[in-house]
Structures are given as structure tokens and as C-alpha cells.
Ligand binder design. Structure first.
Ligand code: TRP
Length: 337
């Protein structure tokens, strides 16, 4: 039994929010403490390019996301922590895989189908209106990310599961055609990792503009928590923790015993204002040390840059020889050697 290799990418859009923290960053850092497994975490900046982000926003987001993982204590000696665009072998492998990818497979991608459907619903003559080749072949770039490092476990959200299955299909087809080369990956969907709701009660997401930035300053954090939507039950009326964003967020940060105590307060009719204050104080205390470290890193981006370059160098020690092997396998070879 070879050791498990975990790999996941983070698209560089927006600033890290508490949903990213409890759903991806915290479990990632936690998992990477297991020295018996290998971990690859990278900033998927070429993926965010596919979303046509503003250049300054991509670069700002790259800095903030990298600084967040570092501030929260990712061990970059053990985990590989890098920027996708620092590994030129990834786009190179993307093309090789593109040659092994059935167009019909890409036609079935949920994200592409959703974009086509939106055009049809909007009464557009052209179902592909505004759809770039990057959106269309996004899963192939993702397959290259995964297959390059022989990752067998890919922690992702439910929405990315299909992409991991596609990477597996592509790998299988390649192996069949050129001989055993790639490890077949599987998605790992964190059943017990919380998916947080945002200010308005929908899933916390940058696209809904309802997030609480992980490193909001104290004043902003307080303001945002005060804005979280509740129902109109009065103080003294029993409240249902099963239907409360405040409770969900508290639970994602607190210990089970603390969470049980809050549950009792709900039954006893805690006022929403009081619950908001408790939540604010709790989250604020927890993020305070990392927030200071995060601010320090934002003030000194060269430190972050050095970490990413270090990570890329380590990752390329694997990627360069593996791509060499792949090139030989497909017939891109030195002549007369
Ligand atoms: N597409 C993923 C997302 O939007 C990010 C990503 C890029 C990724 N490459 C990956 C995730 C490889 C897992 C493995 O969330």
C-alpha cells in the first residue's frame, strides 16, 4: 500500500472568508499534520483566469489566500504549497491530456451545461454565447493539476466532484492508450466539514456577496455578525438551533461542550442580539493571533513570494522528471538518443 497523496486547489478569487476557513483551510492544515500522508495545496490562478477576473484582483487574491494559509500555520516543509502558474509543466500536461479527452466528456460538464442553459433561458440564438474555451476545458486543466502529482485523494466540495471523476476518466484513457502512467484519483467530500451559510442565509459564497472575511478587523467583524439574518422571535421565546446561521457558525468554531451550552440557551430563549455578541466575541478571540500574522504578511509580500517559490521548486522536482517520462511515452522524444 503506497501512501495517500492529498491534493487540492484554491481558486484565487476574492478574500478568504470564514466559510473557506472551516470548509477547506482548517481541515487542510489539520490533515497536513499527518506525516504519513503527502499533501499538495496550491493556488489555482490559471483557473481563476478562466473566470476573467480583473488582473489586480487575481494578484491581490493570490497574496491574501497564500497569506491566510501561512498565517494559520500551514507547515510548508511537509506540505507542498505553491502557485499553479509557477509550474509550467502543468499547462504542458494540460495539452497532452486534451489530446486524450473526448469532446463529449466536456459537453457533459455541469458548469458548461449550466452556462448553455442560462443562454437558452435568456432566449439567446447562440447556446455558446460568451462561453470561452477556458470554461469549456476547465476540467482538463484540473486533471493536469491532479495527475501531475499522482494524487489519489482530492478533497473538494460537492460541486467539484464531477471534475475529479473526469480527471479519472482521462487518466484511465491515457493509461489504456500509452501504458500505466497516472494514478486514478478519487474525490473526498468532507461529510463532517461544515458548509456555512452567509449573512443572508444562503450558502456563504463570494458569488452571493454574503461573506464574512476571515480577517475582517474587529469593528468590521462585529458589524457583519450583527447583520446575520435571524427570524423575528422575541427574547424569551425558545429558538431552533437547527434553523439558525448564528448557531451554525458558532458550532463550526466552538467545542462540542460549548455548543451544547449554547443549545440550552436557545431553548431558554436567548435574545438574538445577545447571541450575536457571543458569536462575535468567540470568533474574534479565535482569529485574533492569525489576524495579526496575516496583517504582517500583507505588509511584507516578499515573504509570501519566497514561500511560494520554495513550494514551486519542491513541486517541480516531481513535475519535471514526470513530464519527461510522459513525453517519452507519447513520442515527443530526442532524436537519435
Ligand atoms: N476547480 C476548483 C474549484 O473551483 C479548484 C481546483 C483547481 C482544484 N484545480 C484543482 C481542486 C485540483 C482540486 C484539485 O474549487
Amino acid at each position: 500500500m503506497t501512501q495517500d497523496t492529498y491534493l487540492t486547489g484554491i481558486t484565487t478569487t476574492g478574500t478568504p472568508h470564514i466559510g473557506n476557513y472551516v470548509g477547506a483551510i482548517r481541515p487542510g492544515i489539520q490533515a497536513s499534520k499527518d506525516l504519513a500522508t503527502q499533501h499538495f495545496y496550491f493556488l489555482a490562478d490559471y483557473h481563476s483566469l478562466a473566470k476573467n477576473e480583473d488582473p489586480d484582483k487575481i494578484s491581490r487574491s493570490t497574496l491574501e489566500i497564500a497569506a491566510a494559509w501561512l498565517a494559520l500555520g500551514l507547515d510548508t516543509e511537509h506540505a507542498f504549497f505553491y502557485r499553479q502558474s509557477d509550474i509550467p509543466e502543468i499547462p504542458e500536461l494540460t495539452w497532452v491530456l486534451t489530446c486524450m479527452t473526448a469532446k463529449g466528456l466536456m459537453n457533459r460538464a455541469h458548469s458548461y451545461k449550466a452556462a448553455v442553459q442560462a443562454n437558452l433561458d435568456g432566449g439567446n440564438q447562440d447556446p455558446d454565447k460568451g462561453i470561452t474555451m477556458a470554461l469549456y476545458s476547465y476540467p482538463i486543466l484540473m486533471a493536469a493539476d491532479i495527475l501531475m502529482f499522482k494524487s489519489n485523494k482530492v478533497p473538494v466540495g460537492q460541486d467539484q466532484k464531477q471534475h475529479v471523476e473526469m480527471a479519472r476518466d482521462i487518466a484511465q484513457r491515457f493509461n489504456h492508450h500509452y501504458g500505466e502512467t497516472f494514478v486514478l484519483p478519487e474525490a473526498v467530500i468532507g461529510e463532517d466539514t461544515a458548509v456555512l451559510k452567509g449573512l443572508d442565509g444562503r450558502k456563504m459564497s463570494k458569488s452571493y456577496n454574503n461573506t464574512i472575511p476571515l480577517f475582517a478587523d474587529e469593528k468590521q467583524l462585529r458589524t457583519l455578525i450583527m447583520k446575520i439574518k435571524t427570524n423575528s422571535l422575541e427574547p424569551g421565546e425558545p429558538k431552533d438551533p437547527g434553523d439558525s446561521t448564528l448557531y451554525d457558525i458558532y458550532k463550526a468554531f466552538a467545542t462540542p461542550a460549548e455548543t451544547r451550552a449554547i443549545k440550552e440557551k436557545y431553548a431558554a430563549g436567548i435574545a438574538w442580539g445577545e447571541m450575536k455578541q457571543i458569536l462575535f466575541e468567540y470568533v474574534n478571540e479565535q482569529v485574533r493571533p492569525a489576524r495579526a500574522e496575516f496583517a504582517k504578511l500583507l505588509g511584507d509580500p516578499a515573504v509570501v513570494e519566497r514561500e511560494l517559490v520554495k513550494g514551486a521548486n519542491r513541486a517541480r522536482e516531481i513535475a519535471v522528471p514526470f513530464l519527461d517520462q510522459i513525453r517519452k511515452a507519447i513520442g515527443i522524444r530526442k532524436l537519435g538518443a
